[in-house]
Design a protein around this ligand. Structure first.
Ligand SMILES: Cc1cc2nc3c(=O)[nH]c(=O)nc-3n(C[C@H](O)[C@H](O)[C@H](O)COP(=O)(O)OP(=O)(O)OC[C@H]3O[C@@H](n4cnc5c(N)ncnc54)[C@H](O)[C@@H]3O)c2cc1C
Length: 413
């Protein structure tokens, strides 16, 4: 008989997990209080990089934090009332920068990301939405050419993992991206990757595909999950009590809330990000651009030029502060002087962030039939298809072809 699996969360991670389970012949129900791909998976920067292998917490990162916090246009913001709750996570985050642990983190990030472009193309093949994934480079731009320095640790980590890197000077950079301000004098190019032309539309197209393959999508909030006593799980939802044989928690930044009543503690933080989409930009951007100074990404999508980034720590329930999104108006002008910043659409979403930039994946020790698939921080759009693949393997009792130890849910205990 087909295995019956329930997934909480119809973000890109839940959707990709559903697809991989369906491919294995499972019966799948996905439950989300919202329609598919409306959480963090809606408004991200759309970078799909097989080369992602550098975590957020790097040696020396703490030195920048005071200046970032004091700058209203800076990349990090903290609601001061949230400080007591934030501090324990922040300390774990800083500890993750320990250089001895970095190679293992880099390898584990790489293992999840490496096949992502191929997997997205395969999932989208035949849906009519193949063009939502476009070829791209990741162009890291610098004002000071001396800073485009491949001897720095972050670039060394990439080079050690065979990432195709190239430093280009002013002339070549402006040929690649003519709309860039002449103030940018150099760039590091990461070649052979992809970008989403509409991340949410990709999620919705893949959810439609999952539906066509037999999955059910139920729109309902899950308030509690608990063992059913017969090896299965009970979900208390807006639709009443539901039963799950096997249960995958792919609820993004909200995942820890569902697990905590079971005595499972995970240092999961809502790392809130913002975007501003310039709907009539009047310029073209050919690749994903990383502004290394402002720490945000600019990319041309179907809806316009999207500038996305910011890490705001304020918890899951605080109302958005859209001044954080409006900051991108100035930052975009600094990057592209000719951009038309009128008619901009703002958005906020919560990255599910763990201190070491790795997700929690696999069966939860001591809780048979309960599986983790959350915590992808800044990289979940890129990590989602391979996450789906390996989680489907674990759920069906097979051995994934990557080492699962770095993603254990109890690694912070
Ligand atoms: C500004 C910004 C830019 C980013 N840029 C990139 C990028 O360029 N590339 C990249 O790879 N990643 C990027 N990311 C990160 C990426 O978007 C996330 O890691 C990824 O979307 C997480 O996917 P998810 O499915 O785990 O979570 P989500 O998309 O947030 O989905 C979780 C779902 O669970 C549902 N849910 C939660 N709790 C419950 C409950 N109790 N009952 C019912 N439903 C529930 C929610 O409604 C939601 O739909 C960015 C993020 C942000 C914020």
């Amino acid at each position: 008989m087909a295995e019956r699996v329930t997934i909480v969360g119809a973000g890109i991670v839940g959707i990709c997990t559903a697809l991989s389970l369906l491919e294995k012949g499972a019966e799948v129900e996905v439950i989300d209080r919202d329609p598919p791909a409306e959480g963090a998976s809606h408004g991200n920067a759309g970078v799909i990089s097989p080369w992602t292998c550098v975590p957020q917490s790097m040696p020396g990162v703490w030195k920048n934090v005071p200046k970032w916090l004091l700058d209203p246009e800076g990349p990090v913001a903290l609601r001061w009332g949230y400080l007591p709750k934030f501090l324990p996570w922040a300390l774990k985050f800083l500890r993750a920068a320990d250089e001895t642990g970095l190679p293992a983190i880099g390898d584990a990030m790489s293992a999840l990301n490496r096949p992502n472009v191929d997997l997205y193309r395969r999932h989208l093949d035949g849906t009519g939405h193949e063009a939502l994934v476009g070829a791209s480079m990741y162009v890291h731009v610098y004002r000071n050419p001396a800073e485009a320095d491949l001897t720095q640790l972050a670039w060394r980590m990439r080079a050690e993992r065979d990432v195709p890197l190239q430093v280009v000077g002013e002339g070549e950079l402006h040929e690649i991206e003519p709309a860039l301000s002449p103030g940018y004098k150099a760039a590091v190019l990461l070649k052979d990757q992809a970008r989403a032309l509409d991340p949410s539309a990709i999620g919705k197209a893949l959810a439609d595909k999952a539906r066509a393959m037999g999955a059910t999508f139920r729109q309902s909030a899950v308030h509690k999950v608990q063992p059913a006593g017969d090896g299965g799980w009970t979900l208390l939802t807006d639709d009443g009590e539901l039963r799950a044989e096997k249960l995958v928690i792919a609820a993004g930044a909200w995942s820890a809330r569902l697990l905590e009543p079971l005595g499972i503690k995970v240092p999961l933080e809502a790392e809130r990000g913002y975007h501003l989409v310039f709907q009539n930009p009047g310029i073209t951007v050919n690749n994903s651009i990383m502004d290394t100074q402002g720490k945000f990404v600019a990319s041309l999508m179907n809806a316009g030029v999207r500038c996305a980034g910011t890490a705001e720590f304020a918890g899951l329930d605080t109302a958005p502060d859209y001044r954080r999104a409006q900051v991108f108006s100035n930052l975009a002008k600094r990057l592209f002087p000719e951009i038309n910043t009128e008619d901009a659409v703002e958005w906020m979403g919560s990255r599910p962030s763990l201190p070491d930039s790795l997700p929690c994946l696999g069966e939860v020790p001591g809780h048979a039939g309960l599986f983790a698939a959350f915590g992808h921080s800044h990289y979940g759009f890129g990590m989602a298809p391979n996450t789906g693949r390996v989680v489907a393997e674990v759920v069906s009792g097979a051995m994934p072809n990557i080492d699962m130890a770095p993603y254990r849910i109890d690694r912070f205990a």
